[in-house]
Design a protein around this ligand. Structure first.
Ligand SMILES: Cc1cc2nc3c(=O)[nH]c(=O)nc-3n(C[C@H](O)[C@H](O)[C@H](O)COP(=O)(O)OP(=O)(O)OC[C@H]3O[C@@H](n4cnc5c(N)ncnc54)[C@H](O)[C@@H]3O)c2cc1C
Length: 547
């Protein structure tokens, strides 16, 4: 019998299932949670079908691009929680954390060797698609990738959409059925065989002092953990509940106002969504509230503020969380495997596998395997990714004289002539996030102050992915490319450098918003130099002029 959620399931190779395998392996890569997880549900179904134990393998290696203390700590906080949750559920959870003395190369292949089938997360960005391809191509057993990215299965949406306005009606049409087929909130693992089987490696035991453990690892320590930011599903749910209780009712009016994130009503959920510590099902359910019923949906509307219910705050938030998030995911998902996306080969790595990414790579080295990760890998150009009108106008203005041109280090150290831009960069370095409106301005100005659009793209990809906790996401790439015209339309009048690509300026931002709250917040953050030295303390509000 076929079901709606079959649309989420993709065979990553054509190998058979191994009916004599010891277990069903769920290789958890990006949906790092044990509830509300379609890939986990599928693996449980397989384990029941084959009457085999389920093994959940969650790994963390040292040499993923931009590996640093900030991201490691966030993920390990999640793994520490999954460790406990798996124990309570009675699931075999095999966590592996690479250390210099214990390299993880080939581990998934080894585990696959004893599996009936390998189930994994069909996440369409960063190292995940390449990892799936590599494992699927080198094992003898069936590898199945399951799309648990959002509420609507991405395969049902069709070819890549060019604007959010085109995607919105498709999502609205699919939403009511998809909502009936959400992942299990409390997956039933009762009756699964073989609890307590042991892994063929030393599983990670969460240390008492997690920050000290992270500091001992050869990952970039100049990007330290952010004080007050905690990874894991419990913290994600706490933030979600606080957002719904205290901020959602101001979302539509105040979200764009740059401010201290304590005051600004944006949810701040993108960190937990990126690492899969929170599922979109949970976020949507919380925003709709317990009293919401599907008959509140207005299927005929073309108005984004009137679809889910009659509250513009809820509709506004869900339009970002569903339409805007999915436009990026779907763009990657649907482009994957297109002929021009398969010709890029992975640069060869040196063979010392425990060394950090920074030690192994030239900077910026985009160690991605396929065009759907990084448009500029191996000398690629923006031609493969931008709409024609944007390419044409940027090309026409390629030789325009730039009033300011900065190198990566000047951008990174927040030492441009523009104090508002420097503020956004300081926020990114110190806190791993940038206020949404400021992030757009931040990207636009790098385009304006770089020698050419390709150079600007490289700076943005590097800085966003190096510091942002939600970086290395499909929306990192589409967010950056939006600054160059992706998903947008021409905005006359034609200007220097931008041509008809939408222009933004710090002057206009200062006219449009009251910025005192934001700039006061930024002044309380540690400087770029302090952050790089591991000093992350944020001054309390009201203490700036105390000494
Ligand atoms: C240059 C640039 C770089 C970006 N890089 C990233 C990135 O690395 N990772 C990332 O997740 N987003 C990125 N975005 C999109 C957006 O800035 C963030 O998703 C948003 O600011 C996250 O904050 P929040 O969780 O408080 O959002 P909220 O306003 O609370 O929105 C809720 C959720 O909706 C989604 N969302 C909101 N706005 C957007 C948007 N414009 N595009 C896509 N999804 C959206 C996110 O999942 C977000 O968590 C980028 C945008 C730009 C212009």
């Amino acid at each position: 019998m076929t079901t709606f959620n079959d649309a989420r399931v993709r065979k990553a190779n054509d190998r058979p299932v191994n009916t004599t395998g010891r277990y069903v392996l769920y290789w958890m890569q990006m949906y790092r949670r044990l509830t509300h997880n379609h890939a986990l549900d599928y693996a449980i179904g397989m384990a029941r079908h084959f009457k085999r134990p389920l093994v959940v393998y969650e790994g963390l290696k040292l040499n993923y691009p931009w590996a640093c203390a900030r991201f490691h700590q966030f993920m390990l906080e999640g793994m520490r929680e999954n460790h406990q949750a798996a124990k309570a559920m009675g699931v075999n959870y095999w966590p592996f954390v690479e250390t210099p003395g214990d390299p993880g190369r080939g581990l998934v292949r080894k585990l696959a060797g004893e599996a009936c089938v390998v189930v994994t997360d069909d996440y369409p960005q960063f190292i995940v698609p390449a990892q799936i391809r590599a494992v699927a191509g080198s094992v003898e057993v069936s590898v199945v990738a399951v799309d648990g990215n959002g509420v609507v299965p991405l395969s049902l949406i069709g070819p890549p959409t060019t604007t959010a306005a085109h995607l919105r009606p498709k999502l609205h049409k699919l939403f009511p059925t998809a909502w009936q087929h959400r992942a299990e909130a409390e997956p039933d693992v009762g009756g699964l065989k073989g609890k307590g089987i042991s892994p063929p490696f030393d599983p990670w035991t969460p240390p008492k002092d997690l920050p000290a453990f992270v500091k001992s690892l050869p990952v970039d320590q100049t990007v330290p953990a952010v004080s007050g930011v905690v990874g894991g599903p419990t913290e994600g749910r706490r933030l979600l509940a606080a957002f719904v209780a205290d901020k959602l009712d101001r979302y539509a009016d105040d979200r764009s106002q740059p401010d201290d994130p304590d005051r600004n009503p944006a949810s701040g959920l993108s960190f937990h969504l990126h690492y899969g510590h929170l599922s979109m099902d949970e976020v949507v359910a919380a925003a709709l509230g317990k009293k919401w019923k599907p008959d509140l949906i207005n299927p005929k509307t073309r108005n984004k503020d009137d679809y889910f219910c009659r509250d513009p705050n809820v509709n506004g938030f869900l339009d970002e969380a569903i339409t805007w998030r999915d436009v990026g995911y779907q763009w990657h998902f649907a482009r994957r495997g297109q002929p021009n996306n398969t010709q890029v080969t992975t640069p060869k790595r040196r063979t010392v596998h425990y060394r950090s990414w920074q030690e192994e790579s030239e900077l910026p080295a985009f160690n991605f395997e396929s065009f759907d990760f990084s448009p500029l890998l191996s000398g690629g150009t923006l031609a493969g990714v931008l709409p024609e009108w944007a390419l044409a106008t940027l090309k026409k203005h390629a030789k325009d004289k730039r009033e300011h041109v900065y190198e990566l280090e000047q951008f990174e150290s927040a030492t441009t002539h523009d104090e508002l831009w420097n503020a956004a960069q300081r926020e990114l370095v110190a806190t791993g996030r940038v206020h949404n409106y400021m992030r757009m301005l931040w990207g636009k100005k790098v385009l304006e102050w770089s020698p050419n659009p390709e150079a600007a793209y490289r700076v943005l990809e590097h800085l966003n992915n190096k510091y942002a906790i939600d970086g290395r996401d499909p929306n990192s790439y589409t967010g950056i490319l939006w600054c160059f015209g992706l998903f947008d339309r021409p905005w006359p009048p034609e200007r220097k450098v931008f041509g008809s690509v939408r222009f933004m300026s710090s002057g206009n931002t200062a006219k449009k918003f009251k910025l005192a709250g934001y700039t006061e917040y930024i002044r309380r953050l540690p400087s770029v130099t302090d952050v790089r030295a591991g000093k992350t303390a944020v001054k309390k509000a009201g203490t700036l002029f105390d000494s």
